[in-house]
Design a protein around this ligand. Structure first.
Ligand code: SF4
Length: 166
């Protein structure tokens, strides 16, 4: 059921289809990754700061919700397209609950104390595309085997690197 697709899964779908399949099929090696650990710490810090505004909808944990925005906080801007779709999914889930928001993505750099901000809005065109993507993800994760991994630069930082290439 496409309604069970999480923000993490749609993010992975755009980042790497093999990763999407592996995560969905619970081959979970991600706790070993330094990057993921840093991400979790950053997330905990932001949770601490934003405790009052954090909410959970279906199986989606939203970093922060303000009057105008749903805010997603990321530790790196290495794949903004994947994060954009993750946020569009959240906006869609909120819309289904009657809550209309715009998306604001804050990329907080690990070393620098700066942040980059991207904005995204759900409209008729990307909502239609989103629904198509959800069906495609459903089809992908129901395949018996993951897509053959293809080595790219991003693999060096991926928690599944050993699984895919060693
Ligand atoms: S190592 Fe590369 S191919 Fe394998 S899941 Fe990660 S990003 Fe995808």
């Amino acid at each position: 059921m496409t309604s069970n697709i999480t923000g993490t899964l749609i993010n992975y779908y755009f980042h790497c289809k093999t990763q999407c399949w592996l995560h969905a099929n619970r081959i979970n090696l991600e706790d070993n990754s330094e990057d993921v650990r840093i991400g979790k710490i950053l997330h905990e810090i932001s949770e601490e700061k934003n405790k009052k505004s954090e909410i959970s909808i279906d199986n989606v944990k939203i970093d922060k919700l303000t009057k105008e925005y749903l805010i997603e906080i990321k530790k790196s801007d290495s794949d903004p397209e994947a994060v954009k779709w993750q946020v569009l999914l959240y906006l869609y889930k909120l819309k289904k609950k009657g809550v209309i928001k715009k998306g604001k993505i804050e990329f907080i750099e690990k070393k620098r104390q700066s942040k980059k901000i991207h904005y995204v809005e759900l409209d008729e065109v990307n909502e239609k595309e989103l629904l198509e993507v959800l069906v495609q993800i459903e089809n992908l994760i129901n395949q018996e085997h993951p897509p053959e991994p293809i080595f790219e630069n991003k693999c060096k930082k991926c928690a599944y690197y050993e699984y895919c290439f060693i």
